[in-house]
Write a protein that binds this ligand. Sequence first.
Ligand SMILES: [Zn+2]
Ligand SMILES: [Zn+2]
Length: 267
Amino acid sequence: MFRRLEQIPTRRYIDRMIGLVRGLRDGICGLWRAGFGLLFPPRCVHCNADLFNALSGPCLCAECLARCGPEQWYGCPRCGALVPVEHYSSDDCPGCSRTQLWFDTVVALGGYHAGLRDAVLRMKRPSHDPLSLALGRLLWERRRDRLSEIRADVIVPVPMYWGRRLSRGKNNPETLAACLAKSLGVPVRRGVLVRQLNTLPQAGLTPPRRFQNVRGAFRVRRPAGIRDARILLVDDVLTTGATCSEAAKTLKQAGAAMVAVAVVARA
Ligand SMILES: [Zn+2]
Ligand SMILES: [Zn+2]
């Protein structure tokens, strides 16, 4: 009887077996990744250049990394507008004093020009989700400190009108939001903010018309989920700030405590 009990696997034995199985699994996965890498060498998701050591990270070559994600971004902390280093304060920013913006702060990867502009325009095309993911990862890697400082409770992507979402097949802010959510360990609430009006495209409208165009465009579907919450609102580009301001206003009127905006590019 006692011998039989001794033969029952002990906790140590089980742990050893689990360790062995995990080791085998990691070995097989490593071999698979190495073989896959040899057959299909990784390429830059923007310019298609060979990547020799990019099994992790944003999957962009060194050149695209330098062009798309500046190490430092001297934007106004309130509206994100590019300001000279000596005026790095919202008190001196003409953008903040000119318009009433409902969001509290903006975190941007860079300016909407040159390399980053090309990348954002390509990211908007169908089947360019890997580029959206790469830019989302780069936004996190380059602006990690500022994004963490926000202490967001929830991440909300700027929604598209349902008809446009259906015809486009994707909404870039959703991909970016998923990427930031994973890095920050914060949940995404996709259905909370709804675009109820199919507004005209903002491009081509004057700044005052842009604010008029999006007035009343959003509504909050489940306000209980965002009451007193610190929200990180995610979009791809911020130009006048009209869309994000209207979305932030809607979220705040539904009970949000603060709304910070994260964008890939600030025009
Ligand atoms: Zn590249
Ligand atoms: Zn400003």
